[in-house]
Design a protein around this ligand. Structure first.
Ligand code: AMP
Length: 400
């Protein structure tokens, strides 16, 4: 990596502002999933050990530029303090005289969490004055929020112009290293598994993967129905992006021309749209009639996808194979099946990278997270990076 690393900085006695991704799910003021907080611990611990005075800044949810209690980061301060085993101070805002006073009171090794950046509309507008105010709080800046690096916001891009040094945190470095290797020099066979609701979100990444000589492209989730309908199959009431059918056909042609094996589901779990609770069954794709809705891939497809991974040396996976949230109805089976299959590929020595909230949740649900080579904390950022785009939050950091 040619970007400055936190390891290149002298942190002792310095005010170190770390942009973290603490955009965690909260319920009644309790952190429901601490994965993102844990992800930032190596960088926070490193900065503390080096004698830095640590300021943490993050967004949480979409408060649309207004203060809203349910998007307050206060519960995260308590949770982080348990994980760090030391108190974490909290500032009621992220800029202003009160914050400044709290920062001035910090001693070497102390940690202060700032309130949600997005309570200020200037954050998402990458406003210069706001960026300067954030920058004035610190001596050095570290970006460890890979999941927010695809956005040019004040705390990810603007701020870097007004700080002495802007470096990548340890999590950011790890993401760039793993994903960078997939882009530059993947070991073959290289297999990509994509799912989720929309083809439109994934066109750029599919094209980039074909250009980068992915060997197999496995497509599941609602996305697959746009490919089926474009080829003349009946998909019933399954989710389709009609306007993306020509794109789907182009992708099929591009894959063929490049020698990329494109695999679509052969069977799926469907319900009758009039009686969704009682009518669940698994049928071959070609048996789909007008009244049916496809909500997950079937067991035969899980098997097909698993076999496609048999000799894989590099695997990337983003997006669920079905309506994964409907666990009670069993529409998580396809996604959990794929989670097990990618873990087995990792056991056989493949480099396996899983990204995107639902796929990561599936890997956790299936109890295979430990076996995955790299679980990416980014959703959109991971896709944009794999598509070959330069992420503004990375580009803004100082070169080594
Ligand atoms: P994305 O944000 O594009 O990764 O899509 C994730 C969403 O896709 C999840 O909320 C899933 O419920 C949804 N999804 C996956 N498969 C299907 C399907 N067959 N029908 C409807 N929604 C689906």
């Amino acid at each position: 990596m040619n970007k400055l690393s936190i390891k290149d900085l002298d942190l002792r006695g310095k005010r170190v502002l770390i942009r973290v991704d603490f955009n965690v799910p909260l319920k009644d003021g309790v952190v429901e999933d601490e994965t993102r907080i844990r992800g930032a611990l190596p960088t926070i611990n490193y900065a503390m050990e080096q004698g830095g005075r640590v300021l943490l800044a993050s967004h949480l949810g979409r408060p649309k530029g207004e203060r809203a209690e349910k998007y307050s980061l206060r519960p995260v301060a308590g949770h982080l303090s348990l994980l760090l085993g030391q108190p974490v101070a909290f500032a009621e805002d992220c800029i202003g005289p009160d914050v400044k006073a709290k920062v001035d009171a910090l001693k070497d090794g102390d940690v202060l969490l700032l309130e949600n950046l997005r309570f200020h509309p200037e954050e998402e507008k990458n406003d210069e004055t706001f960026a300067k105010e954030l920058a004035a709080l610190c001596d050095v800046y570290v970006n460890d929020a890979f999941g927010a690096a695809h956005r040019a916001h004040a705390s990810t891009a603007g701020i870097t112009k007004y700080v002495g040094q802007a470096a990548a945190g340890l999590l950011m470095e790890k993401e760039l290293e793993y994903l960078g290797r997939v882009i530059k020099d993947p070991a073959h066979p290289f297999v990509a598994i994509l799912g989720g609701a929309k083809v439109s979100d994934k066109i750029a990444v599919i094209n980039a993967l074909i250009d980068r000589r992915v060997d197999k492209l496995l497509i599941g989730g609602a996305m697959a129905y746009t490919f089926f309908k474009a080829q003349g199959f009946t998909v019933g009431k399954s989710l389709v992006e009609d306007d993306k059918m020509p794109t789907a056909l182009e992708i099929i042609e591009r894959a063929k021309a490049a020698g990329v094996e494109l695999l679509l589901p052969t069977d799926h779990q469907v319900v009758d749209s009039f009686d969704p609770l009682q009518s669940k069954k698994t049928i071959p794709i070609e048996f789909t009639n007008a009244g049916l809705v496809g909500l997950d891939i079937g067991a035969e497809t899980v098997d097909l996808f698993s076999r496609a991974l048999a000799d894989a040396k590099t695997v990337i996976w983003n997006g669920p194979m079905g309506v994964f949230e409907e666990k009670a109805l069993g529409f998580d089976q396809g996604t959990v099946g794929v989670a097990r299959a990618v873990a087995e590929a990792a056991d056989r020595g493949a480099t396996v990278i899983v990204g995107g909230g639902d796929s990561v949740a599936a890997v956790n649900d299936a109890g295979v997270a430990e076996r995955i080579t790299h679980i990416s904390t980014g959703g959109g950022a991971t896709l944009e990076f794999l598509a070959g785009d330069e992420l503004p939050g990375v580009a803004a950091l100082n070169d080594k």
